[in-house]
Ligand binder design. Structure first.
Ligand code: ZN
Ligand code: ZN
Length: 551
C-alpha cells in the first residue's frame, strides 16, 4: 500500500485566527498550532472562539505531539482547552514560546498534564511517530518564531508559520533563507504558507524602522510618553525601553498581560532592561512626567485595558494631560477600528498628542508582503502550494503569486477549514471534508453557548424585549392586572404599551373563562397574542418573556 499523509486544517483558513492544522499518517497524528480567535460582532458576548476539536477527540490516542510555531494567541491560545478536552502527550515549541505557554498552562492548572519539549532550530529534528520535524528560524513580530519542515511517509511538507523576511530584525535572528534554500533543494512536496499580507505589494518594513521612529520622536518630548502595543511584541517593547534608557526615562509596565510577558521575556533573556530603569505604577508620583515612559496594553482599544482606562480617567495610577504623548504602536485588528478611534479621540480630548500608524511610522507588520512571499516560494520551489493563514481574498492573492512564480494552477490547493488534503507520491489533492466548526468559550464554560443563546442575544440587541408578569389568583382563578416591561422597541408612554396591556388582559380573561389555568398554556397564548400585536404595529419581533405566577 502506498503511504499517504492527510492534512486537515481545523482553523485559520478563510479567517485570520485560531490556526490549527492536523497532519495524520496511519496511526500517528501531529498537530501544528492550537490557536484561538477573538469573537466578532456576530458572536455577541462570547469571550473566545476555539477550533472544533471533534476530529481530534475521536483520534486522541493517535496524537504524538502538538508543535507550536510561535507564541501568538492565534497559534497557542486554545492549547489549554485542547489539553483538557483531548489530551496530548508532548508539546514542542521554541524557548520563548515554551516560557509563554508554561505560564498559561500553569494558570489553567495543566502544567503536569503534558511534557514540554524545546524545539531548537540548531538542534536535531524531533522524531514524532512516523513524522520527523525540523525547525527553521523565521522573523516575525514575536521572537523565536519557526517554520516547520515535516517529513512524512507521504512526502515532505513545509509549514511556514507566520513570517516576514526582515533582514535587520532586532535580535539579529533573520529568517534563515540559506536553510530554506537547502530545504528547497531537498524537495518540498507541499507548502503551507502564511497569506496574511499577500494582497500588499512590496516588502514589509523592518522592525528596526519602528526603533528609528521612537529614537526621533521620543527624545524631544517633555511630557509623559505612553507606548501601547501588543503584550507579546517583545522587540517593540525592547526598542521603546532602549530609547527610554538613552534619554534617562524610567519605564513603568502597566497591564497584566504585558507585565507577565515582560517578566517571562526578561527571565529568559529576551528583554534587556536595567533593574534601576523599571518602576512600579505606585512610584510614578515620585517622578516628573518628563522622566517616565509607560508601556501599556490597550493598543486594540480593549474596554478594560490599561490605555482605555487611562484615556477615560479611570486608571488608579496614571492619567494623561496636555504635553503627554501616546504612541499606539500596533494596527487595529479588523473589527477593532472603531474602539481604537474612540480611544484616540478620548486621549486627544485629554490633551495628549496621539501618534499611530496613520500619522507616524510607529508600526510595521509582522507578516511578509507579496515580494517576501514570492521570495519564499522561489527559495522553496514546492511542488504543490496550499495558501493558509488568511481570509479567502488573502489565500487567493497568495495563489496568484504562486502562479506568477511558475507553480502550475492545478498544483495550487485552496482549502477551507475542514478540507482534507491527501499527500502521496503522486501529489497532493483535496479529497474530503471533516467537521470543523467553532467552539465558544463564554465566561468559564467551554462550548456551553449553544446557537440558541447566540440567537437570543442577537434578538435582544436588534428587537428588544417584552416581559409580561401576570398573577393567577388562588381559589376563584381570577387573573390580576398584568405588568408589562418593554425595552428596545416601545418608548415609555407610547399608546402601544396600553394596547399591549389590554391585549394581555384579553388573552388571559378569555382563557380563564374557558377554565384554562395551565400556566404553560397561559404563557404560550400571551407570547403569541402579544407577538402578533407588536409585529402588526411595529414590524419587530422582540423577545417576549411571559411570566405567570400562581398566588
Ligand atoms: Zn503571529
Ligand atoms: Zn498568526
Amino acid at each position: 500500500m502506498a503511504e499517504s499523509c492527510r492534512i486537515i486544517a481545523l482553523g485559520g483558513l478563510g479567517e485570520v485566527g485560531k490556526n490549527m492544522t492536523v497532519y495524520e499518517c496511519g496511526d500517528d497524528i501531529v498537530v501544528v498550532d492550537a490557536g484561538l480567535a477573538f469573537p466578532r460582532d456576530e458572536h455577541l458576548g462570547v469571550d473566545l472562539v476555539l477550533p472544533d476539536f471533534s476530529y481530534l477527540r475521536d483520534r486522541a490516542s493517535a496524537i504524538r505531539a502538538v508543535i507550536l510555531t510561535h507564541g501568538h494567541e492565534d497559534h497557542v491560545g486554545s492549547l489549554p482547552y485542547l489539553l483538557r478536552e483531548v489530551g496530548v502527550p508532548e508539546v514542542w515549541a521554541t524557548r520563548l514560546t515554551l516560557g509563554l505557554i508554561k505560564s498559561k498552562l500553569d494558570e489553567h492548572g495543566l502544567l503536569r498534564s503534558v511534557e514540554l519539549r524545546e524545539a531548537d532550530p540548531d538542534g536535531p529534528p524531533a522524531e514524532l511517530g512516523v513524522f520527523r520535524a525540523e525547525f527553521v528560524r523565521v522573523a516575525h513580530s514575536i521572537p523565536d518564531s519557526v517554520a516547520i519542515v515535516l517529513d512524512t511517509p507521504g512526502g515532505t511538507i513545509l509549514h511556514t508559520g507566520d513570517y516576514k523576511m526582515d533582514h535587520t530584525p532586532v535580535d539579529g535572528l533573520r529568517t534563515d533563507v540559506g536553510r530554506l534554500a537547502e530545504i528547497g533543494n531537498r524537495g518540498i512536496d507541499l507548502f503551507l504558507g502564511d497569506s496574511t499580507n499577500a494582497e500588499r505589494p512590496g516588502v514589509t518594513g523592518s522592525e528596526r524602522l519602528v526603533g528609528e521612529a521612537f529614537r526621533q520622536l521620543i527624545p524631544p518630548r517633555t511630557g509623559r510618553i505612553l507606548v501601547a502595543s501588543f503584550a507579546s511584541n517583545v522587540h517593540r517593547m525592547q526598542q521603546a525601553i532602549d530609547v527610554a534608557v538613552e534619554v534617562g526615562r524610567k519605564v513603568c509596565v502597566v497591564g497584566r498581560s504585558m507585565r507577565k510577558n515582560v517578566n517571562i521575556a526578561r527571565n529568559l533573556g529576551y528583554i534587556d532592561v536595567p533593574d534601576e530603569t523599571l518602576i512600579r505604577p505606585n512610584e510614578l508620583d515620585e517622578y516628573a512626567p518628563g522622566d517616565v515612559m509607560i508601556l501599556c496594553t490597550g493598543s486594540q482599544g480593549e474596554p478594560l485595558s490599561a490605555l482605555v482606562r487611562i484615556a477615560y480617567g479611570d486608571h488608579p495610577a496614571i492619567k494623561v494631560e496636555a504635553g503627554d504623548t501616546v504612541i499606539i504602536s500596533a494596527k487595529p485588528v479588523p473589527g477593532n477600528e472603531l474602539r481604537v478611534h474612540d480611544a484616540i479621540n478620548q486621549l486627544a480630548r485629554d490633551g495628549a498628542e496621539v501618534l499611530h500608524q496613520e500619522n507616524a511610522p510607529v508600526h510595521v507588520s509582522g507578516h511578509g508582503n507579496a515580494e517576501e512571499l514570492r521570495t519564499m516560494l522561489a527559495l522553496v520551489r514546492p511542488k504543490t502550494v496550499m495558501p493558509v493563514h488568511g481570509e479567502f481574498r488573502m489565500l487567493a492573492a497568495h495563489a496568484r503569486l504562486a502562479v506568477e512564480g511558475g507553480i502550475p494552477e492545478n498544483r495550487i490547493l485552496i482549502a477551507e477549514n475542514g478540507s482534507v488534503v491527501e499527500l502521496d507520491e503522486s501529489g497532493a489533492y483535496l479529497t474530503d471534508n471533516v467537521e470543523s466548526g467553532v467552539t465558544f468559550v463564554d465566561g468559564l464554560g467551554v462550548g456551553d453557548v449553544q446557537d440558541v443563546a447566540l440567537r437570543d442575544r442577537r434578538h435582544l440587541s436588534e428587537d428588544g424585549v417584552l416581559i409580561i408578569v401576570a398573577t393567577l389568583g388562588g381559589s376563584n382563578g381570577s387573573v390580576g392586572r398584568p405588568e408589562l416591561i418593554a425595552r428596545g422597541f416601545a418608548e415609555p408612554g407610547e399608546p402601544l404599551l396600553d394596547e399591549m396591556r389590554a391585549e394581555a388582559e384579553r388573552v388571559l380573561d378569555d382563557l380563564v373563562h374557558e377554565h384554562v389555568t395551565e400556566i404553560k398554556l397561559l404563557q404560550e397564548h400571551l407570547h403569541d397574542g402579544l407577538g402578533q400585536l407588536i409585529y402588526d404595529r411595529t414590524g419587530r419581533r422582540p423577545m417576549i418573556l411571559p411570566v405567570v405566577v400562581e398566588v
